[in-house]
Design a protein around this ligand. Structure first.
Ligand code: ZN
Length: 211
């Protein structure tokens, strides 16, 4: 998590539409087990390459999420312009530097301009971007941009808090390696009162992140 030097390529991550090559993962995992000095044929490890290969399509399913299908039928025209907040959205992602998990919560808000999105869709948008190889900053930005492009609202705010296994398990071993990132667009960026209303709301009753 120390290697965030590529903040500029926020939107360069192209979705991969091709299916994941599970055979290639299986043989790669077998090679890794050998490289660790393990015996990939011993009983406990015999099925590990296959299991790991079957796991990745789920962990990385966000690449293949059809964003049009995701929001299909969930856009509603309303005469409502108060803040919509969905907080404490649990997510699980993999950092692209180490392929280790980072897990946490996302808080999303927007102020509509004539259109709202069904509430259950917001966690699915978070899933679409978290279930990829990610960096937390980019994921935060992508969720905000997606909602901004879709609804053209008055403003969008996304705050993500996460614990990174790559800094907890290795290197400096910080056990409270919580990182917070945020993206504020439109009125959340230009109006301090709007931003504060959102930040107050998400800090209320929030416990520390735990594993
Ligand atoms: Zn990492």
């Amino acid at each position: 998590m120390e290697e965030f030097d590529n903040d500029d390529d926020v939107n360069e991550q192209e979705p991969h539409n091709n299916d994941i090559d599970t055979d290639a993962i299986e043989s790669a995992v077998k090679s890794m087990l050998r490289a660790f000095g393990e015996d990939p044929d011993r009983e406990g490890l015999k099925n590990t390459p296959k299991r790991v290969a079957r796991m990745y399509p789920e962990l990385l399913s966000g690449y293949r999420t059809d964003s049009k299908k995701l929001v299909n039928g969930a856009l509603f025209t309303v005469d409502y312009d108060d803040m919509v907040i969905v907080r404490d959205i649990e997510f699980y992602s993999l950092c692209e530097h180490h392929m280790l998990p980072f897990i946490g919560r996302a808080h999303v808000a927007y102020i509509p301009r004539g259109q709202v999105l069904g509430l259950s869709k917001i966690p699915r948008i978070v899933d679409m971007y978290s279930r990829r190889l990610q960096v937390q900053e980019r994921m935060t930005r992508q969720v905000a941009d997606f909602i901004n492009d879709l609804l053209k609202p008055q403003g969008v705010a996304v705050v993500v808090e996460a614990l990174h296994m790559c800094s907890m398990m290795r290197g400096v071993r910080k056990h409270d390696a919580r990182m917070t990132t945020s993206t504020m667009l439109g009125s959340f960026r230009s109006k301090i009162a709007t931003r504060e209303e959102f930040l107050d709301n998400i800090s209320r009753g929030a416990g520390p992140l735990k594993i």
